[in-house]
Design a protein around this ligand. Sequence first.
Ligand SMILES: [Zn+2]
Length: 157
Amino acid sequence: MALEARVHCNCYETGKLLIPPPRPDQLYLAEDGGLACTDLYHLYEFEEWLEKYACRHPGGVALQHVIGSAGVIAFLQEELERTADDFPLLLGKVVYDANHAGDFLPVTELKDLLAETIRLAVLHSDDSEEESLLRNFERQLKGLITCAIQMRKPIVF
Ligand SMILES: [Zn+2]
């Protein structure tokens, strides 16, 4: 299993849906920023709409990254723990476990997350593979944060 992160699009809130939902009165905005349906009986119909027809983002996801496998997450955690005080959010809410899913970082924490992500630039490894893992992590986080700020949505794991 790998740790994944995504940001939902805001096409619903900004009036950019291409096709309206099959049952608009059952549509709601979930806490993680994604669209959801109150009626479990028609869940399949809703999911198909969201996946294929709702907007230009399949599944209503504006950006998605695979952060890494359990081994990669363990490596990142170890690197960040060397200067743990600099990375409380990354250690506490991102790389604390490779298998967390369903939790999210709210918009109010994006500014602090960006500050921590900028601090990642000082972490380096002499090993080229490890170095590329660090740089990739930094790049992915910056992309997720930029997207989350644009969409005004949480980063979801
Ligand atoms: Zn969209």
